[in-house]
Design a protein around this ligand. Structure first.
Ligand SMILES: [Zn+2]
Length: 229
């Protein structure tokens, strides 16, 4: 347990949080830039950014809830079936677990003993983990996942929105992309560092995609802005 630092267990929620914050920064900053490039007033730009932030956070929450919930439904159905099999066919379930352990390299005698002991301790848990690959610790939690996505999106989107509200109206078109790319780089670097991956590469990757998104929306905004005048 000690010595090595395994990071992969923590990467799941971290990845979700970083992704949410990333999305929040990129989509809010792009929206703000698009409206600013179309010569919106600062008030309009802030309203558009705030509306986009709320819409984005709600859509993240809904998407995450539906996806995690369907995952939880599948797991629940599997567990119900397993519970029934354990009650009706205890012998068959013992053999099933034995052959799983034999396939992993235990000799038949040891596999039989391991299966017997684990099933005496918690039969459903043993089958859930070793047969179905469901770990109770990692059981899907839809509400929690939805709140985490929406929350991280709102935190991310709050950064460019704050810059938009506080910054000078004339400078928004430069200030928003520059600060947003900086936030993205910091976030990418932190995520890469936390995940034990290359920091510079992680920062560069998110920054490039963010820059592309902002450039495209600013371009579209200025096209519409010009056309409307
Ligand atoms: Zn089973």
């Amino acid at each position: 347990m000690s010595g090595e630092h395994h990071r992969s267990q923590h990467v799941g929620w971290l990845r979700a949080a970083v992704l949410g914050a990333n999305d929040g920064i990129v989509s809010t900053a792009s929206l703000v830039l698009g409206v600013a490039a179309a010569h919106g007033t600062q008030g309009h730009v802030v309203i558009a950014g705030a509306a986009g932030l709320v819409a984005g956070a709600m859509s993240m929450a809904a998407g995450e809830y539906v996806s995690v919930h369907s995952q939880a439904d599948i797991e629940e159905a599997d567990l119900t079936l397993e519970r029934k099999q354990l009650m009706t066919d205890s012998r068959g379930e013992h053999q099933e677990l034995e052959s799983i352990y034999m396939a992993r390299g235990l000799d038949p005698g040891l596999a039989k003993r391991v299966a017997k002991q684990l099933m005496a301790y918690d039969a459903l848990d043993a089958h859930a983990r070793d047969e179905l690959g469901i770990h109770s610790r990692h059981r899907a939690r839809p509400i929690q996942a939805a709140l985490a996505s929406a929350g991280s999106f709102a935190v991310g989107g709050g950064l460019p929105l704050l810059v938009t509200a506080m910054g000078p109206e004339k400078g928004l078109i430069y200030l928003v992309p520059c600060t947003s790319l900086f936030f993205l780089a910091v976030l990418g670097a932190l995520a890469a560092r936390f995940a034990g991956a290359r920091v510079a590469r992680g920062a560069l990757r998110v920054t490039l995609w963010g820059a592309l998104a902002m450039a495209v929306t600013a371009g579209v905004g200025s096209l519409f802005g010009t056309a409307a005048q």
